[in-house]
Write a protein that binds this ligand. Structure first.
Ligand code: SF4
Length: 561
């Protein structure tokens, strides 16, 4: 029996038929869109498979060649296919006696308490394996589910009824894949709480925005904030190495810093930092991005996670939207969200309410929602930005008044920033772009193809789109807080030939403030649950993806009151 070549990717895997019977959307996300995410169940499942996933180093004879009767034979992790049926499977354990073959599928846990002592998805998976074995000349009467927790074997007869169930499911998988449309999420299903892809599927959120439920039906199934944190390295001349499960950062004249790899969500490098090849490779294997900023703080790009995401349909949808009314509607929503959040920041923080300014911003936010013409929209955005930044200096009070006064004299400027507030804003915006680039890549987007921001050489235009609604709420808010609380004083800056830069110590203060903000929880106004800002980037990127894939009708920017 020949092992199947890698080129046979269009054969339907038996495991996908299992997933399809469990939930068609799950099969689509995994197989067609190439999505994957672990949870405790999948990690335990891999542990249970750790032995049977190591292939037996012996050739498994073809069923039609085996003389009868033959000696007993078992083989682990056997890859089989049937071109005729369009199927492929990796059988955990194959037990053979002459032409009689029995596929054994390993499962964690214990048998369910039903008549068959097995769930349909697993029974169907065994049936698909049996169909492939039969196509290869074997005789198959039954399969076996081996439940590792209780070390129990459950026989599954491969009868006509089960084969018919499997055949229908295979046809369903094929039709689903060729349709190019992701099935809708299950509604209020208990299956979703244990599904490892629930944070990618965003089932209740998608159902709500597609009109299949109300806000009370949205469960927060994703962790409110990621457990891992970024590792920032900015000491010039540092080296990042991998030693076992640990990343070790050695800086000149300092003790090495060790961090467990599993606790790191990204490695963020500023300027002249070396990363060993072994460390880069290990980080790529862990899907941990390495993100590069220039010494001055500009976000240059990233390596590792998300590059070449397998979900090609998202990138195709992103490109298809360009030049369509959908692009205009999303761009309008992005501008409206940003302007509304600018208004909120001023309304909350101005020492004396300025109804003329906040009223103008409210009006611009309202009007921009319905603007179809791009130039008009950009004109409104520019007018809103001028209105906002004209009022911005008043937000700096007491210990931050000195910085506000300099900003008032210079206005918003960059390249290079001419005063401390502009230096901090530019630095924070570059880190916001980095976070949004990462969120865009994780969602399967091409971060360089923007919707509001036109594609431009070397510019992560979609990341700029995604960050619009967060500029006031994250970057501007952190900037004001750090100055007003006296964490940033004149000594945190130094003058360059042209402009003003943060000192290394000043950068550390700003990054600490930025991280604190990303850890803060905030109530999502549409979904009615609390999440951290860092999780929000991911959530909003995935909701934008749902719009482009026509799963939901309109993009809803994140806004606060
Ligand atoms: S979360 Fe629910 S609807 Fe989404 S893929 Fe998983 S099982 Fe299906």
């Amino acid at each position: 029996m020949s092992e199947t070549a890698e080129s046979d990717q269009l054969l339907v895997p038996a495991r996908m038929v299992n997933e399809y019977v469990y939930c068609p959307r799950l099969a689509y996300l995994e197989w067609v869109q190439g999505e994957w995410s672990d949870n405790l169940d999948t990690i335990e499942g891999r542990w249970v498979h750790r032995r049977v996933d190591v292939p037996t180093p012996r050739q498994v004879p073809d069923g039609s060649d085996t003389p009868e009767p033959a000696h007993e034979l078992t083989a682990r992790s056997v890859l089989l296919s049937s071109e005729v049926d369009g199927l492929i499977a990796r059988v955990d354990l194959l037990e053979m006696s002459g032409r009689l073959a029995t596929p054994v599928e390993y499962k964690k846990g214990a048998p369910p308490d039903n008549a068959a002592r097995a769930y349909d998805p697993e029974r169907v998976q065994l049936a698909v394996q049996a169909m492939i074995l039969r196509a290869n000349g074997y005789h198959v009467e039954r399969g076996v589910l081996y439940f590792a927790e209780v070390k129990e074997r459950v026989d599954v007869p491969i009868d006509d009824a089960l084969v018919s169930l499997a055949t229908d499911a295979i046809r369903g998988v094929q039709a689903m894949a060729s349709s190019g449309r992701c099935p809708a999420p299950l509604v209020d299903s208990p299956k979703c709480t244990r599904c490892s892809l629930n944070g990618i599927c965003l089932l209740d959120e998608t159902n709500l925005l597609a009109g299949r439920g109300d806000a009370t039906t949205v469960r927060r199934l994703v962790a409110p904030r990621p457990v891992a944190r970024p590792l920032y390295v900015q000491e010039q001349g540092s080296v990042v190495k991998k030693v076992g499960d640990t990343l070790v950062v050695t800086a000149p004249d300092a003790d090495p810093v060790k961090v467990l790899s599993k606790d790191i969500s990204a490695v963020v490098l500023h300027g002249n930092i070396q990363v060993t090849t072994q460390a880069i490779r290990a980080l790529m294997e862990d899907e941990t991005p390495v993100m590069f900023h220039s010494f001055g703080g500009w976000f240059v790009g990233q390596a590792g996670a998300g590059i070449g995401h397998r979900n090609v349909s998202v990138r195709m949808a992103q490109h298809r939207a360009l030049g369509t009314p959908l692009q205009g509607r999303i761009a309008a929503a992005l501008v409206a969200g940003k302007v509304q959040n600018q208004r909120t920041l001023l309304r909350r923080n101005l020492p004396v309410a300025d109804h003329a300014v906040t009223g103008r911003l409210a009006q611009l936010a309202r009007q921009s929602r319905t603007v179809a013409d791009r130039d008009t929209l950009l004109g409104m955005e520019g007018y809103a930005a001028r209105t906002y930044f004209a009022a911005f200096p008043a937000l700096f009070r007491e210990r931050g008044a000195w910085a506000g006064a300099q900003f008032r004299a210079n206005g918003r400027n960059r390249r290079p920033p001419l005063d401390p507030v502009n230096a901090v804003l530019s630095f924070l915006y570059s880190h916001l772009v980095r976070e949004c680039t990462s969120a865009a890549l994780q969602a399967g987007f091409d971060p360089y193809v923007g919707i509001l921001h036109e594609p431009h050489h070397g510019r992560a235009s979609l990341a700029l789109d995604l960050m619009e609604e967060f500029r006031p709420l994250v970057a501007d808010s952190v900037c004001i807080t750090l100055f007003n609380q006296g964490e940033l004083e004149p000594s945190a800056f130094h003058a360059r030939a042209r402009g003003v830069m943060l000192t290394p110590k000043g950068r550390r203060v700003v990054l600490a403030g930025f991280e604190r903000r990303l850890e803060q929880f905030i109530m999502h106004p549409v979904f009615g649950y609390q999440v951290s800002y860092r999780r929000l980037f991911d959530l909003q990127a995935r909701m934008l993806r749902a719009v482009l894939l026509a799963e939901t009708a309109a993009y809803r920017p994140f806004t606060t009151r």
